[in-house]
Write a protein of this length. Sequence first.
Length: 367
Amino acid sequence: MRIVRLISRIITGIVFIFSGIVKAIDPLGSAYKFHDYFQAFHIGFLSSISLVLSIILCTTEFIVGFSVLTGIRQKSGIIVVMLLMLIFTPVTLVLALTNPVSDCGCFGDAIHLTNWQTFGKNIVLIILALILLLTQKQIRQLFNTFMEWLIISSVIVLFIIFSFSNLIFLPIVDFLPYKQGVKIAGKMVVPPGVAVDEYSTVLIYEKGGIRKKFTIENYPANDTTWKFIEQKSVITKKGYKPPIHDFSITSMDGTDITQKVLSDKGYSVLMLSKKLDEADKKRLSEGFKLGEYCTNNGIEFYILTASGTNELKSIKNGLGFYSVDETTLKTMIRANPGYILLNNGTIEHKWSWANVPAKEWFAKLPK
């Protein structure tokens, strides 16, 4: 029984530590997943606390895994693990049956599991947790109570600092397709003879309080009574999905400039803001100043956003604003605003608003 308990302890500890770490590397990604679940279950009013829940969840998972694996406050860790599994196991069963969100997000974007795979994982974990709970008498306290709580508290503080560091300065490990070194066009390629997903671009406009969907072919380009709301990429037929499959940049007049951006010779800078009104005004202002500097120094500068036309028209700074699907922007960078430096269509650098270089740095780039 000791061997069974040891194996249960090692597996449970490692799984929870790994789950907590990958979520902490990308806390904003986990917050987006919470948002998706809230929308799916029609409790969108909770979306405002998605990021807080993301930090709490990844910290809890890591700490209980640390506790179970190291033996420090192990009884407390086992109890919390059991409580978590009693909550998550029935929830994941419901998700598997209804499939409101295709990927559970339990391992962030590091490992993707279907809802049924997640439910199966949780069945194994709840069995292991039950074994640990029933064999608690074998636990021996490693240090005195004060020292153990001091260690746990210190680990919690360090882990939260780690989470916020990834939140502010971008994830230390990029699990998403738009990582440094990627040639975007290359990740959009489909092998010969393979059926592909088919998408259509949907443009949503509003008039008289009524929203209507249009295609690129029939949107009201010259009718100023319609107000542009957002652009979405909608799948019409499933097939092979390349790593980057929904990258599309559209000018405010509806022109697709995707290939132009990807074929720009030399360096170009993308400033990304999923919604301009959700970004800090000072950070946006600094980004616009960078845009002016780059433009004056011969560096192409594109501002990519999912904000509506009316909002963009109110910003008169001479810079180029372009429409991109909001989900694509979230995938490209975990910051608002964030920046991507392209060199001949290849991602050379990525920065958040917090660590983007001073504008003079860009002037030193090779021409």
